[in-house]
Design a binder for this molecule. Structure first.
Ligand SMILES: *[C@@H]1O[C@H](CO)[C@@H](O)[C@H](O)[C@H]1NC(C)=O
Ligand SMILES: *[C@@H]1O[C@H](CO)[C@@H](O)[C@H](O)[C@H]1NC(C)=O
Ligand SMILES: *[C@@H]1O[C@H](CO)[C@@H](O)[C@H](O)[C@H]1NC(C)=O
Ligand SMILES: *[C@@H]1O[C@H](CO)[C@@H](O)[C@H](O)[C@H]1NC(C)=O
Ligand SMILES: *[C@@H]1O[C@H](CO)[C@@H](O)[C@H](O)[C@H]1NC(C)=O
Length: 227
């Protein structure tokens, strides 16, 4: 298993480097898959599925914040592995969704070791093990995220796909079925979903940190953490 993890890590690092250096999406995919194939791993299919999916995410200029969260928290490959070849569903908040957070809060999430668990709880809340398009999610009504918590899917009277949690939070798909891949699907959503159970940890870890760094006053009043 260590070999698998290392291969995927290398691929992800290659992809991140590529993301930073090149704007050409083709260049990113090529580098990432070459790295994965270079590792003589027994789980090449599983790795390729993860790299392909992450590559598709990384190609989108509107999803860079979410891709960064996936890379930093290093939880994506775990979900891919748990899917055991069956694919995953990714609820990907776009960059506009991340803009409600003070930069100091994001800095805390991405760089403070103690908050990495918080970040991975957040990213795992956006990944469902199993491949489901929007129609299927609405039919299923409730699906557990990889974090173990339930998310509810509903079609609103205006035809939007609504995602809600047990704490009254909600998000909407802005681009349902944005990418339908073999065994995996990406839906773009309008809100970063924060699991109810970690809201207080998030507030303690990151808003205190943001305030102690003389962050802009907007961090004095945490924005709505809810979906
Ligand atoms: C390959 O993946 C499967 C399913 O995730 C796992 O059970 C198995 O241990 C992995 N094999 C190796 C060599 O990592
Ligand atoms: C898709 O999932 C099925 C199991 O649901 C698996 O047998 C198959 O290998 C997967 N295909 C790919 C390309 O991952
Ligand atoms: C969603 O999945 C269902 C069941 O697999 C399938 O019949 C339907 O065509 C899919 N819809 C889209 C938009 O792919
Ligand atoms: C979803 O919609 C159905 C039918 O309109 C409704 O009965 C149900 O309460 C809704 N669920 C949620 C979580 O909003
Ligand atoms: C991005 O998210 C915002 C809300 O956060 C939404 O209004 C917008 O339509 C989304 N853009 C795309 C291209 O999905």
């Amino acid at each position: 298993m260590a070999g698998t993890t290392e291969a995927l890590r290398l691929a992800i690092i290659a992809m991140l480097t590529c993301l930073l250096i090149w704007s050409s999406p083709g260049g990113c995919g090529a580098i990432a898959s070459a790295t994965a194939q270079g590792e003589d791993s027994q789980n090449v299919t599983e790795i390729n599925a993860g790299v392909l999916l992450e590559g598709k995410l990384a190609e989108q200029p509107d999803l860079t914040m979410f891709v960064q969260a996936l890379l930093v928290s290093d939880t994506f490959h775990v979900a891919i592995s748990r899917a055991n070849g069956g694919g995953v569903t990714v609820l990907a908040p776009n960059n506009t969704a991340f803009s409600v957070f003070d930069p100091a809060v994001l800095d805390c999430l991405y760089s403070k070791p103690a908050s990495l668990n918080v970040l991975s709880q957040i990213t795992k809340y956006h990944i469902l093990v199993g491949n489901h398009n929007a129609t299927e999610l609405i039919a299923m009504q409730t699906v557990h995220a990889d974090s173990g918590l339930p998310l509810h899917f509903n079609l609103t009277s205006r035809g939007r796909v609504r995602i809600s949690d047990d704490d009254g939070g909600e998000a909407f798909m802005t681009r349902p079925d944005f990418r339908l891949l073999i065994n995996s699907t990406i839906h773009v959503i309008d809100t970063v979903m924060i699991p109810p159970v970690i809201e207080s940890v998030f507030a303690t870890e990151c808003f205190a940190y943001a305030n102690s760094n003389d962050a802009p006053s907007s961090s004095d009043a945490p924005p709505s953490f809810h979906l």
